[in-house]
Ligand binder design. Structure first.
Ligand code: DGL
Length: 311
């Protein structure tokens, strides 16, 4: 038990966006060690076929379990929607996604029971948020909009600027992406405003980095929800229930990996985290692809046939 307690939490995303969740985990659970993998080489996940994203979840989940880790956080809505239930089935450690925590926070926040969700195409088409909200409170109506270009705005904006991330967040609409940001944002957000939502879920882990600008567009009466805080709470509760919270130590290990450019990941990632990532290591896509063995494939086939039987 004490050995498991000292293992890191494994976190992954298609790239940098999941660092908004890692940042919250570090704030809420400062004694926990973290291993983070950003699959930058294959970002974005949003437009991909869900079966392909599910394969990425298997690969990266397997890589994380080999580190080893005591719990996996899928810090990507698209990957959560495509692969959370399979990951929970095939891995021996608990797997926490970001959709259910975001849905829970939205259900708690809404007063008029009209909730908007902006997310990637993959997440919206999966219907994952509608299902999660309905399971918590069937009286809440969900209005979803795919906002894929927000991912590009974040990725491009981060690369264009070197200042502190909080400055970037407050200046983004003024400096980097004006006026196109407002055009894009209005296209995505006006239908949700017309639907009268009082709560808007930022259903992509990249989007909290645009929250200042999104808030300007939707106005002060719409409450923005990022799933990061609620996800960190769920991780804390899961570890506490299992007696696996780390002992309070001075400096827990934090290790960052990318399938892309490690120098760029270190530079941009440190800005999102508000502290240095330290040197970032590379994991090749080829290595990840070779990790999923025959036993895992058999478990996937068994899972899929059960799903079909239940459907
Ligand atoms: N961060 C991913 C998510 O939360 C979106 C970015 C992508 O399309 O890869 O869905």
């Amino acid at each position: 038990m004490s050995e498991t307690r000292s293992l890191p939490i494994g976190v992954f995303d298609s790239g940098l966006g999941g660092l908004t969740v890692a940042r919250e985990l570090m704030r809420a659970l400062p004694s926990e060690a973290i291993v983070y993998l950003g699959d930058t080489a294959r970002c974005p996940y949003g437009p991909r076929d869900p079966a392909e994203v599910r394969e990425f979840v298997l690969q990266i989940g397997t890589w994380l379990t080999l580190q080893p880790v005591k719990l996996i956080v899928i810090a990507c809505n698209t990957a959560t929607a495509a692969g959370l239930s399979l990951a929970q089935r095939v891995f021996d450690v608990p797997v926490v996604g970001v959709v259910e925590p975001g849905a829970r926070a939205a259900v708690q926040a809404t007063v008029n029971r009209r909730v908007g969700v902006i997310a990637t195409v993959g997440t919206v088409q999966s219907g994952a948020y509608s299902r999660a909200v309905r399971a918590l409170d069937a009286g809440v109506t969900v209005f979803s909009a795919a906002a894929p270009r927000f991912v590009d705005v974040v990725e491009a904006g981060l690369r264009m600027d070197d200042g502190p991330i909080e400055d970037w967040m407050s200046q983004i609409s003024e400096v980097f992406v004006r006026p196109s940001f407002y055009e894009i944002a209005r296209d995505y957000l006006d239908p949700l405003k017309r639907a009268g939502v009082d709560t808007l879920v930022l259903g992509c882990t990249h989007f909290p980095l645009l929250s200042t600008a999104i808030q300007q567009v939707v106005g002060p009466d719409v409450r923005l929800i990022s799933s990061a805080e609620e996800t960190a709470r769920e991780v804390a509760e899961t570890l506490a229930a299992r007696g696996q919270l780390a002992a309070e130590t001075g400096r827990p290990g934090r290790a960052f990996y990318t399938t892309g450019d490690p120098g760029e990941f270190e530079r941009l990632g440190s800005r999102i985290l508000g502290r240095t990532t330290g040197p970032v290591d590379t994991v090749s896509v080829a290595k990840l692809g070779a990790l999923v063995g025959g036993d895992m494939r058999a478990a996937v086939i068994a899972f899929d046939s059960e799903e079909e039987t239940c459907a």
